[in-house]
Design a protein around this ligand. Structure first.
Ligand code: SF4
Length: 194
């Protein structure tokens, strides 16, 4: 189960894991965070709960966010304004609920990103031409790019994501892999590499 990873994933591992096994929505959040040393609330929720789901403990999560955010703000401000939210996601503040990571359906259907936001699903919320350009820059083949863009334009975002998975893993179509949750994408990818 996913819980078995808790304690094994450290803040330092996130960068290489993001390149190897994160779905596009989480790669996008990771890269935005590294670029801006910040993420807005919607991004912190979507990304923070995903990281919790892959097994990042509260202690490692605090270290991960603090290291990145304090490249652009002092530690005091981080501790006052952001650590509460992170602890909250782990059920250590407020209602003490154990918040679960968002499914694809939730990311695609609710809380669309506004200007300056980096959360959401790239297949649903990124301009199609920009998305096609990004796929080419990542070295995705023309066949797969065409297929991904066809499903994106038809509104079948999770099928587009499935073909992205195939393109970036075996490079052949895997009938068994369907994507319904970013953490499931991560697990499928880790399984592929194990
Ligand atoms: Fe993320 Fe799901 Fe969109 Fe894939 S389909 S990018 S896993 S939200």
């Amino acid at each position: 189960s996913k819980k078995s990873n808790v304690g094994k994933i450290t803040a330092e591992m996130i960068d290489s894991l993001s390149k190897q096994s994160f779905p596009p929505c989480m790669q996008n959040l990771h890269q935005s965070m590294k670029r801006d040393h910040h993420l807005k609330h919607g991004g912190r929720m979507q990304y923070g709960l995903f990281l919790k789901g892959i097994g990042l403990s509260l202690e490692e999560a605090l270290r991960f966010w603090r290291t990145e955010f304090t490249k652009a703000m002092d530690g005091d401000k981080f501790d006052k304004q952001y650590s509460y939210n992170i602890r909250h996601n782990y059920g250590k503040e407020g209602k003490r609920a154990d918040y679960t990571p968002y499914s694809c359906n939730k990311i695609i259907m609710s809380n669309a990103p506004g200007p300056g936001d980096n959360h959401g699903c790239p297949f649903r919320h990124t301009d199609a031409d920009l998305l096609a350009q990004k796929l080419r820059l990542q070295g995705i083949s023309k066949d797969f790019t065409d297929k991904i863009m066809k499903y994106t334009r038809d509104g079948h975002y999770q099928i587009a994501c499935k073909y992205y998975f195939d393109a970036t893993h075996s490079g052949v179509e895997e009938p068994d892999v369907n994507i319904n949750h970013p953490n499931q994408y991560f697990d499928e990818s880790q399984h592929f590499y194990s």
